[in-house]
Design a protein around this ligand. Structure first.
Ligand code: AMP
Ligand code: MG
Length: 489
């Protein structure tokens, strides 16, 4: 494992032409202090976790010193925001410090969010607030714990400075890791500025770095688009199955390698509601829970436009016409597992839809229902389970419980075996908004960061019953039910 000044940089993005970025250094804070450090993320880049105690750690990750080998830059991209093309985006406040290779050869971007203004900052201040840094930091870990592809964060460093938002707030910098921060919007940027040569160069760069198995394919760029579509379908299926809504699925927030990226006003739904839209600035519900699969396809169409003549329209259409089925295949497979079904049988889709319809009507808590369903018994009648789980009456009177029991019997399902499998796919703990808010309030109001650490540890393995943590599994209490998450970050 390496010390901070031994990290091995290999800055491939920096070797692309100058139009791809703005060479800019972070604007440091006066009085940085470490808010949180994630040893799991340190291991990803081969960094010795003990380095968190090195006084230089906060210096490096608050922009006061540059790591040896770092060549900081802000990445250029554009994108469709709420359906409208914005030619003027790019990393306005995040700075790519460089790319670090870990021992086994994987590479990670070190991306410092809140690092100060760049050429792409427009009228904004280049900063990030502590509140949103904590939300992003915790959700990256929550998603990772749920086995959903995501960026992760190494650290949050508090700035001791005030940032002006709706009200004055505490500022922070967060160090984010990802295999790449290239987005759909990175391709759009060059398409809409008439640089097809750069679109091709970026495609070749991404294929070589992240899809090397496509390098020699006959229709390389068509295969690339197909692979991005497949990864996106898989990602969205995982989001849907976990009840996660991103909140801002603009094309500049769509990762080219299929990671969850740019956490803002996201949410894990509590009561099952297809119209759930955690972003209160999203007045028409464009980015609601149930719109995520069609929006993903809409975004992929924008990506294919940006790829221009590299992919024939016939090939694009073939990919898009298959998207729904590919997505549905991923989604149904995961939902089958959540129901503890081993085999695929006709009627499974209807069984899942029937359940969700009842859950919607009865406003059933999504995560705790599925967790409790592991206690269902094939011998009992109605919706009886071994434990006092929230099994809505509607599921019994409507006959769903009987359908489910019959379906389980068709594959000779054994209760205790099924429960073990279900508990490994239905999380006990998800990052409910009010839970994240508790950690934020303590950190912001009392400079007490213990709850961030508590949640980080808890969410590492959300499938495991953790003694003393029952309260983190509970649906929002009344005071928190209508918590409005500010969109400013
Ligand atoms: P986001 O909503 O965080 O994905 O940001 C959308 C765009 O606005 C990106 O180009 C960001 O870099 C930029 N942006 C958001 N907030 C700020 C800020 N405080 N300073 C500079 N740029 C910002
Ligand atoms: Mg963004």
């Amino acid at each position: 494992m390496r010390k901070l000044n031994e990290l091995e940089f290999d800055n491939t993005y920096r070797r692309l032409p100058g139009d791809f970025y703005d060479l800019v250094r972070p604007t440091p804070f006066e009085n940085p202090c470490l808010v949180s450090f994630n040893p799991e993320a340190a291991l990803l880049i081969g960094l010795d976790p003990e380095e968190a105690h090195n006084p230089d750690f906060v210096e490096y990750f608050s922009g006061r010193k540059l790591l040896p080998g770092s060549e900081p830059l802000a990445m250029y991209y554009t994108g469709h925001q709420f359906g409208v093309y914005n030619p003027d985006i790019g990393d306005g406040r995040a700075i790519l410090l460089g790319e670090v290779r870990n021992g086994p050869g994987r590479k990670y971007d070190l991306h410092l969010k809140g690092a100060g203004r760049t050429k792409y900052a427009r009228v904004f201040d280049g900063r990030a607030v502590l509140r949103s840094a904590i939300r992003e930091y915790l959700c990256g870990e929550a998603m990772h714990g749920l086995r959903i592809p995501t960026t992760r964060a190494l650290s949050i460093v508090g700035s001791g400075e005030t940032v002006e938002r709706e009200t004055p707030e505490k500022g922070a910098m967060m160090l984010r890791l990802a295999e790449t921060h290239v987005r759909f919007g990175s391709f759009e940027a060059f398409h809409y500025t008439g640089r097809p040569d750069y679109v091709k160069l970026l495609s070749d760069y991404v294929i070589e770095s992240h899809f090397p198995y496509l390098t020699d394919a006959d229709d390389k760029y068509g295969e690339f688009l197909g692979e991005v579509a497949r990864r996106t379908a898989s990602l969205i299926a995982l989001w849907q199955a976990s009840g996660f809504t991103h909140g801002v699925m603009n094309t500049d927030n769509m990762s080219i390698t299929g990671l969850t990226i740019d956490y803002g006003p996201y949410g894990f739904m509590e009561a099952y509601d297809p119209d759930y839209a955690p972003n209160h600035a999203d007045h028409f519900g464009r980015y609601s829970y149930s719109n995520q699969p069609p929006i993903a396809l809409w975004n992929l169409r924008k990506l294919s436009l940006a790829l221009g003549p590299l992919v024939s329209s016939a090939r694009s259409e073939e990919i898009f016409s298959g998207f729904r089925d590919i997505y549905a295949g991923f989604y149904t497979d995961i939902m089958r597992k959540k129901l503890g079904l081993r085999e695929s049988m006709p009627g499974d889709g209807a069984l899942i839809r029937g359940l969700l319809e009842i859950m919607r009507e009865s406003k059933t808590d999504y995560a705790s229902f599925f967790r409790g369903l592991g206690n269902f018994t094939t011998s009992a009648s109605g919706g009886e389970t071994n434990a006092s789980t929230s099994f809505p009456d509607a599921l019994q009177s409507g006959g769903w419980a009987d359908q489910y029991r019959n379906r389980l019997r068709m594959e000779s399902s054994i209760d205790h075996e099924r429960k073990a499998v279900m508990d490994s796919v239905n999380p006990k703990y998800v990052l409910r908004n009010y839970i994240a808010e508790g950690a934020i309030r303590k950190a912001v109001d009392e400079n007490d960061y213990s709850e961030i650490e508590r949640l980080r540890m808890l969410l590492k393995d959300p499938f495991l019953e953790q003694p003393g943590s029952e309260r983190y599994a509970a649906p929002a209490p009344d005071w928190a039910r209508n918590l409005v998450i500010s969109c400013s970050s």
